[in-house]
Ligand binder design. Structure first.
Ligand code: HEM
Ligand SMILES: [Ca+2]
Ligand SMILES: [Ca+2]
Length: 311
């Protein structure tokens, strides 16, 4: 296609301090609560898988626009919108009308990873913000915890991301939390393939059951996906999978599914070699960040307020 390429120096003359401003605000946010890093990384992922990385996830519902925030994968789950608003406000006073919300989110996700101990990489910029969102694509394109491995792989391939990208990017689960409704089926044994071959240890399982009751209440109770180092971006998540202790069924399947010969090798590799994980994660984040919305380069804009299309 004819998408203008993203470049590292896109804002060099129009907003030279953009990277500093994003970093400073992310430092405050992650210092006050490390989970803010997880929120922003996931927000960026959920943006890029729906119409490309175009800030569509940030749009609020209005009378004339149905946003993505209420789609199943996002509702009661995605957070961090206020952090992007704060960064946007700072940038609007420094260089009004210049930096897109999609770029802010992409840069902030990189800074989030660094601030919790993860790798550093350069972020190409120059994205435009969409004037539309897609509730339907948010429902179709985003993977869920109870989905099987092949179906999740196909969602990554559809975005131009490989199996290697998928296994590395899922390593983002080395930080952050999941809600009971996303691991209930896993801990109560509704997955023959996974729970059958990889029972969770008794003590871990009883702990999870106390957080997440079998029925009724507690859907929004949370626990860490990497219970060893939940606030540190390291390769510990892959060691959790080697022990069969992945919290999400989808994560454990990368190691345990009979269809996961390739994914299992990658999990083993990233568990053994943290540098290989960091390098691949960086490359795959750039690749994910480059998923383009070709329309938004033509009809896109730099939103004044990340929650609303410009009037
Ligand atoms: C491979 C397919 C993936 C599936 C099925 C998946 C699914 C999930 C689910 C179910 C949660 C818990 C949400 C909740 O309970 O509210 C979650 C959390 C999270 N996901 Fe993923 N995810 C995947 C890939 C990714 C990728 C590619 C990234 C980023 C690069 C990512 C980043 C995160 C983060 C940081 C959290 C923690 C958020 C928090 O603390 O609130 N995930 N994911
Ligand atoms: Ca998007
Ligand atoms: Ca960790």
């Amino acid at each position: 296609s004819t998408d203008p390429p993203l470049t590292l120096d896109y804002y060099r003359s129009t907003c030279p301090t953009v990277f500093e401003i994003v970093k400073k605000e992310m430092e405050c946010q992650v210092l006050s609560d490390p989970r803010n890093a997880a929120f922003i990384v996931r927000l960026h992922f959920h943006d890029c898988f729906v119409q490309g990385c175009d800030g569509s996830i940030l749009l609020d519902d209005t009378i004339s626009l149905q946003g993505e925030k209420k789609a199943l994968a996002n509702v009661n789950s995605l957070q961090g919108y206020g952090i992007i608003d704060r960064i946007k406000n700072k940038l609007e006073s420094e260089c009004p009308g210049i930096v897109s919300c999609a770029d802010i989110l992409t840069i902030a996700a990189r800074d989030a990873v660094i601030l919790v101990g993860g790798p550093d990489w350069d972020v190409p910029v120059g994205r435009k913000d969409s004037t539309t969102a897609s509730y339907d694509l948010a429902s179709e394109n985003l993977p869920s915890a109870n989905e099987d491995l092949l179906s999740i792989i196909s969602k990554f391939l559809y975005q131009g991301l490989s199996v290697t990208d998928m296994v590395a990017l899922a390593g983002a689960h080395t930080i952050g939390m999941a809600r009971c409704e996303n691991f209930r089926a896993r801990i109560y044994g509704d997955f023959e393939a996974t729970s059958g071959t990889n029972p969770l240890s008794e003590s871990y399982l009883s702990n999870l059951k106390s957080i997440c009751p079998a029925t009724g209440s507690g859907d929004n109770n949370i626990t860490a996906m990497d219970y060893v180092t939940p606030n540190l971006f390291d390769n510990s998540f892959y060691h959790v999978l080697l022990r069969g202790e992945g919290l999400l069924n989808s994560d454990q399947e990368m190691y345990s599914s009979i269809f996961g010969i390739e994914t299992k090798k990658l999990v083993q590799r990233y568990a053994e070699d943290p540098v290989a994980f960091f390098n691949q994660f960086s490359d795959s984040m750039v690749k994910m960040g480059n998923i383009a919305n070709s329309d938004s380069f033509v009809t896109g804009e730099v939103r004044k307020n990340c929650r609303f299309v410009n009037t």
